[in-house]
Ligand binder design. Structure first.
Ligand code: HEM
Length: 229
C-alpha cells in the first residue's frame, strides 16, 4: 500500500486511463461542436472542414460512450468506488461543502470534518458528471439515430438538452481542473502514477486512511512515518 515509505497507492492505472480518456474525449466533443454555436470558432471549420469536424464529433462520441462501459472491466475497482462514494454522501460531506469555499479565497477554514476517499465536493462532481454523461448520450443518440424512430417534437427538444448538458459539463470541468491544478496540486500525482503523498492523504482524506488502517493494509505508525518523510 505504501510506496517508497512516503506515498500511498490511491488509483489503479486502469482507472487513471479511464479518467484521461473521459477527459480528452469530452473536450474534443466540446471543441468539435463549438463552431455550431459561435462564429468565433468558425475558423475550425475553415481549417479542418465542416464535414470532417462533424465526423470527428461522432468518433469522439463513440469513445466517450464506450469508455465507461469498457471501464466496467478495466477500471472496475475505481468505478465501484465512485458509485460507493456517491451513495455514502452524508453529514460530513454537507459540512465540507459549507466550509470548503473559504479555501478558494485563500483562507484555512476551521472545523472541516475528515473526508473519505472522495470529499463532499468530489462526490457532487462525480454525480454531476454521471448525470451529464447519461443525458448527453441519450440526447446525442436521439439526434443521431432518432429520425423516424421518435417524434420530431422530441428530437427538437434534444437539441437544447444536448447543448445545456455540454455547457454545464464544460463549466464543471473548468472548476474541477482549477481545484485539481490550483487548489490541490498534490492530487495530480494520483492521476499520473496512481499514488499520492501520505501527508496529502492524511490531511484531505482522513477517513480513507482510517479505512486502510482498519482493513490492515497499513498501520497507523507507518502512516505517521510516511507523513514525516
Ligand atoms: C486537464 C483536465 C483535468 C485534470 C487536471 C483533472 C484532474 C483530476 C484529478 C487530480 C483527480 C483525482 C482526485 C482525487 O484523487 O481525489 C480527478 C478525478 C476526477 N475527474 Fe478529473 N481532471 C481533468 C479533467 C476531467 C474532466 C474533463 C472530467 C469530466 C468530464 C473529469 C472528471 C473527474 C471525476 C468524475 C473524478 C473523480 C472525482 C473528483 O475528483 O471529482 N476530469 N481529476
Amino acid at each position: 500500500m505504501l510506496v517508497n515509505k512516503k506515498y500511498i497507492k490511491r488509483h489503479k492505472m486502469g482507472f487513471v486511463y479511464f479518467h484521461w480518456i473521459n477527459a480528452i474525449s469530452f473536450f474534443l466533443l466540446f471543441l468539435t461542436a463549438l463552431p455550431l454555436y459561435t462564429d468565433t470558432f468558425r475558423f475550425l471549420y475553415d481549417m479542418f472542414g465542416a464535414a470532417t469536424l462533424q465526423y470527428a464529433h461522432r468518433v469522439f462520441a463513440v469513445i466517450f460512450i464506450a469508455n465507461p462501459i469498457i471501464g466496467l472491466v478495466t477500471a472496475h475497482d475505481g468505478i465501484r468506488r465512485l458509485v460507493k462514494e456517491v451513495l455514502s454522501f452524508g453529514r460530513d460531506d454537507i459540512v465540507f461543502n459549507q466550509k470548503f469555499p473559504a479555501e478558494l479565497i485563500g483562507k484555512e477554514p476551521e472545523g472541516i470534518p475528515p473526508q473519505s476517499f472522495y470529499n463532499g465536493g468530489e462526490k457532487m462532481n462525480i454525480l454531476l458528471q454521471a448525470v451529464i454523461w447519461a443525458l448527453l448520450v441519450i440526447s446525442g443518440a436521439v439526434l443521431w439515430f432518432g429520425e423516424g424512430l421518435v417524434s420530431p417534437a422530441i428530437r427538437t427538444w434534444m437539441i437544447p438538452l444536448h447543448s445545456i448538458c455540454a455547457g454545464f459539463g464544460f463549466a464543471a470541468a473548468i472548476g474541477h481542473i482549477y481545484l485539481a491544478l490550483g487548489v490541490n496540486p498534490d492530487s495530480m500525482q494520483g492521476m499520473c502514477d496512481g499514488t499520492v503523498k501520505a501527508s496529502y492523504a492524511a490531511k484531505h482524506h482522513g477517513k480513507w486512511i482510517d479505512e486502510l488502517v482498519a482493513e490492515g493494509k497499513v498501520t497507523r505508525e507507518e502512516i505517521k512515518q510516511a507523513v514525516k518523510n
